[in-house]
Write a protein that binds this ligand. Structure first.
Ligand code: ATP
Length: 289
């Protein structure tokens, strides 16, 4: 874009020159213009000089403002998608649509966006009138189920620690609440989680509460839309973790819970045997058993 005049205040995309194969263009606002280069400020307020040759193009207005549904991005490229998500995340807007899909970014902090009042707000509302939210996905499924009487499916996927388990619980919380009549079946579905997590979750280097199994949850609704029951199928449990764990990781939570609850004498009898060590220090042997 060497020939086009670059103006102060313009938002541009610029090539990175580090040579890394995963490099993508960066977006920024021009804060200074010189003859052969411009200074830009990126979304983290970091300033850097970019040569005129590195400048790819002006940023589309949809990327400057940010969009709630990325179908509306003028520039539907990986770099524009990542910048949009990053920009929203910084404003604590962790949910963004891409058509009927919802992208969630793990906030790693408790945001005040899962209240009962919000559940009510998302019930039967047009998703376009409200901020993108996981409750809207729950509501969409629930409304489709009621209106079409056809089974619905929500697929939650992502890398370890992305927030799949938390998202599943939030959808269940929404469905339990939306289905109206509070019965103990709904309560049982929600309360089954801690037990399942005790047996199937463990601390890993990426997630203190990592699910080490896949889960298929089947929720049955009656004609009135009330929850009547549920079935949880588990698959691919990481069984090897029971006998060995990588450095910095743990066995399944249940073992620690059991030990924590045992009286001292019993704990000694069933607890992990201490490793025998033979340490030889200056001129004398010491044994740690
Ligand atoms: N919406 C959220 N709000 C606040 N914290 C969250 C949210 N989603 C996830 N977290 C935090 O991130 C941690 C990891 O999330 P989660 O266990 O759901 O990941 P996961 O995708 O299920 O990982 P794995 O595949 O390892 O089981 C949670 O324990 C929680 O602390």
């Amino acid at each position: 874009m060497a020939n086009q005049k670059l103006m102060l205040g313009d938002y541009i995309w610029a090539k990175q020159l580090s040579g890394d194969e995963f490099d993508i263009p960066i977006g920024g606002k021009i804060v200074a213009v010189e003859s052969s280069r411009v200074k830009i400020q990126d979304d983290d307020q970091k300033e850097m000089y970019i040569s005129n040759q590195q400048v790819l193009k002006n940023m589309h207005v949809s990327s400057i403002k940010g969009v709630e549904d990325m179908i509306n991005l003028g520039d539907l490229q990986e770099y524009a998608i990542l910048r949009n998500l990053h920009k929203r995340y910084k404003e604590k807007l962790i949910y963004t649509y891409t058509g009927s899909m919802l992208i969630a970014i793990n906030p790693y902090e408790l945001l005040p966006i899962y209240t009962n009042a919000l559940i009510k707000e998302y019930r039967n509302q047009n998703t376009e009138d409200l901020l993108p939210h996981i409750f809207a996905i729950g509501d969409n499924s629930y409304s489709n189920l009621k209106n079409s009487a056809k089974d619905q499916c929500i697929v939650i996927s992502g890398e370890s620690g992305a927030g799949k388990t938390e998202s599943t619980k939030l959808i269940l919380q929404y469905l339990a609440s939306a289905s109206g009549q509070h019965s103990w079946v709904e309560q049982q579905i929600l309360e089954a989680n801690p037990i399942l997590e005790a047996f199937g979750n463990a601390k890993t280097v990426r997630n203190d509460n990592s699910s080490r199994f896949g889960k298929y949850i089947d929720i049955k609704f009656n004609k009135n839309g009330n929850i009547e029951g549920a079935k949880i199928e588990q698959y691919l449990l990481e069984k090897s973790r029971i006998v060995s764990q990588n450095e910095g990781e743990r066995n399944y939570h249940i073992f620690y819970s059991m030990l924590a609850g045992l009286p001292k004498r019993e704990k000694k009898a069933v607890g992990p045997t201490r490793r025998k060590q033979l340490r030889i220090s200056k001129g004398r042997k010491s044994f740690n058993m």
